[in-house]
Design a protein around this ligand. Structure first.
Ligand SMILES: [Zn+2]
Length: 103
């Protein structure tokens, strides 16, 4: 089993145990979760990520959306964002699927 999957499985258990949130209080909406599943780098809203870390139903929905996306196209394990700096060097930022929730 790879480390990323182990982290996700461990997080999965904790969020269901500690944050079941059956009423889905503060639900950000399907549109937001779909955008997060599609473009995690573009969303990067700390309040949304903080909510998902404390809401089992949203975590499940995001997981399902990402699973469906990965069924549709080749698996991408990390999203890279490369920025050009004024001095001509590259500054890279990487966001893995585990990093998204472990941040
Ligand atoms: Zn939620």
């Amino acid at each position: 089993m790879n480390l990323e999957k182990e982290l996700l499985d461990a997080f999965d258990r904790v969020v269901h145990q500690d944050h079941p949130n059956p009423e889905r209080i503060d639900y950000p909406g399907t549109t937001v979760l779909q955008k997060l599943a599609a473009e995690p780098v573009a969303v990067q809203s700390e309040s949304i990520l903080a909510h998902i870390r404390r809401c089992a139903p949203c975590f499940d929905e995001l997981k399902e959306l990402r699973r469906r996306r990965s069924d549709q196209r080749p698996q991408i394990d990390a999203t890279a964002q490369v920025l050009h700096r004024p001095d001509g060097k590259f500054a890279g930022k990487f966001l893995t699927r585990a990093g998204l929730i472990a941040a």
